[in-house]
Design a protein around this ligand. Structure first.
Ligand code: ZN
Length: 239
C-alpha cells in the first residue's frame, strides 16, 4: 500500500466562484477521488491545517507527497516546508503540480529562482511526450491535449532536470518544460505543469494517469537519513 499525502492550499476554491464551480470540494479532493485505488491510500492537508497535519510522525508515514499551491505559498510555515524537504532527502517521493513551482519546498529543493513566464488566455496546450519509454509516460500517446490551460513559458529557472519527460506547447507560441524529474538526496521529485485552478485539468484522464504513474515511480525503495559518519578505520584493518 502506497501512502500518499496531498497538500492543496485550498484558497481559490473558497474565495472565487469560478474556481469553486470547477472544484467544489477543492483540488485535493478531486485528486484524491481520481487517484485512490487498491494500492494507493490518500490523506490530505490544506494551508489552514498543514502545521497540525504535516507533522514529523505523519511525514515519516508518507511514501509520496503531492503539492499544489499558488497564492498562499507564504502561509506555509517554514518548519513544515523544512520537514518536507528533509523527508525528500531521506527518500520520500514528491510531485509538484503547476504553480507549486514557487512553493517553499520546491524552491528549497531546487535552489534556484524557479521563475517562468505566464499568461491566462485559455490557450490550448499540447503536452508532448519526450520519452515514451519512461515509467511516468506509460499509457500516454504522443501528447496530452488540454483544450484550455494557463500558458507557462520558458525560461523556467530550474536546475537542469535529470530527465525531461514532457514539453508543453501552447497555441500562443510558447513552449515549456512541463514534466521534469529530479533527484535530491534519496528522494525522487517530479514537477508537472498542468493544473491551473480555473480549468478542469485534474478531470483529464491522461493527466491523472501521469500523476498516478509518478506516484509509483516516486514511491521510495530506500529511505534513510543521510548522515556524514566518521569511518575511523580503513577497510583492510577490519579484515
Ligand atoms: Zn495557474
Amino acid at each position: 500500500m502506497i501512502k500518499v499525502l496531498i497538500f492543496n492550499e485550498f484558497v481559490h476554491e473558497q474565495t472565487e466562484e469560478k474556481v469553486k464551480a470547477v472544484y467544489p470540494e477543492g483540488i485535493h479532493i478531486a485528486l484524491k477521488k481520481a487517484l485512490e485505488c487498491d494500492d494507493i491510500v490518500i490523506k490530505t492537508a490544506t494551508v489552514e491545517n498543514c502545521a497540525e497535519v504535516i507533522t514529523d510522525e505523519e511525514i515519516a508515514q508518507t511514501d509520496v507527497c503531492i503539492w499544489w499551491g499558488h497564492m498562499a505559498h507564504h502561509k506555509v510555515p517554514d518548519e513544515v516546508a523544512d520537514r518536507v524537504v528533509k523527508a525528500v532527502h531521506e527518500g520520500m517521493g514528491i510531485i509538484f503540480l503547476h504553480s507549486s513551482h514557487f512553493s517553499k519546498p520546491f524552491k528549497k529543493l531546487m535552489g534556484t529562482p524557479c521563475a517562468l513566464t505566464w499568461r491566462e488566455n485559455d490557450d490550448r496546450e499540447l503536452v508532448w511526450v519526450c520519452d515514451p519509454s519512461h515509467p511516468i509516460t506509460q499509457g500516454i500517446g504522443r501528447f496530452i491535449k488540454l483544450d484550455m490551460e494557463e500558458t507557462y513559458g520558458e525560461p523556467f529557472s530550474i536546475p537542469e532536470p535529470d530527465k525531461l519527460l514532457f514539453i508543453g506547447h501552447y497555441e500562443g507560441g510558447e513552449v515549456f518544460r512541463a514534466g521534469c524529474c529530479f533527484k535530491r538526496g534519496n528522494g525522487n521529485i517530479f514537477y508537472f505543469q498542468p493544473g491551473h485552478e480555473s480549468y478542469p485539468t485534474y478531470y483529464n484522464k491522461d493527466v491523472i494517469r501521469v500523476i498516478k504513474n509518478a506516484i509509483y515511480w516516486a514511491n521510495p525503495i530506500y529511505r534513510n537519513p543521510i548522515t556524514c559518519p566518521h569511518v575511523k578505520k580503513p577497510l583492510e584493518d577490519e579484515e
